[in-house]
Design a protein around this ligand. Structure first.
Ligand code: 5GP
Length: 212
């Protein structure tokens, strides 16, 4: 499509309770689709072993977080599991201006805020675990988290999952490859929405007149 006409970038949101596997889906998607930019959030939560500052999150303290909120530097922000999280505005706006799509791993509160600001650009996907037992197994196997953190996230899962019906697409993540393929299919279809393709009328005109 590139070169023929430009396309308005889309905001692709993946939400799920902790442990449903959306981070793994996001990683695979980014590896496979160079047209997608990941939105790296800021957070006040402690870094987990294996996480990289600036890659998984920008790890910042509460004072810096509050300053970013006050300066309007966050597109959305929320408290999740007792920590502050937010999406830096500048990176998202730069990516969209270049016609790139942006992927967000954010919760339902952030999704609602994006919907208020950019309804037309938003594509929202809710990821469910295949079963309660599997959700628990995945959370417990994430060795970096303490038992208290795991318990807290498990306890929060029912409330998080209650927001499933606010999303346009819902998928059950029982197999990573299948889920990645499903999200790719959603992205492929959403990119072809007529309203997202700028200059389409001119292109068709050139086809009609033989000038293209
Ligand atoms: P974790 O601490 O496990 O990385 O993330 C906890 C939850 O916070 C996840 O549901 C994740 O999607 C959400 N989250 C991460 N970054 C953001 C953000 O920038 N904004 C919002 N609203 N939620 C976020």
């Amino acid at each position: 499509m590139a070169g023929r006409w430009s396309r308005r970038g889309l905001l692709l949101v993946l939400s799920s309770p902790s442990g449903a596997g959306k981070t793994a889906i996001s990683r695979r998607l980014l590896e496979r689709d160079p047209g997608i930019t990941m939105s790296v959030s800021v957070t006040t939560r402690p870094m987990r072993t294996g996480e990289v500052d600036g890659h998984d999150y920008h790890f910042i303290d509460r004072a810096r977080f509050d300053a970013m909120v006050a300066a309007g530097e966050l597109l959305e922000h929320a408290v999740v599991h007792g920590n502050c999280y937010g999406t830096p505005r500048a990176v998202v706006e730069a990516a969209l201006a270049q016609g790139r799509d942006v992927l967000f791993d954010i919760d339902w509160q952030g999704t609602q805020q994006l919907a208020e600001k950019a309804r037309d650009e938003l594509v929202s996907v809710f990821v469910l675990p295949p079963s309660r037992a599997e959700l628990e197994r995945r959370l417990r196997s994430r060795a970096q988290d303490s038992d208290a953190v795991v318990e807290r996230r498990l306890a929060a899962a029912p409330a998080e999952m209650s927001h499933w019906s606010e999303y346009e697409y819902v998928l059950v993540n029982d197999d990573l490859e299948g889920s990645v393929a499903a999200v790719e299919t959603i992205v492929a279809a959403e990119r072809r929405r007529r309203a997202r393709q700028r200059g389409l009328a001119e292109f068709v005109k050139s086809l009609q007149t033989g000038g293209g």
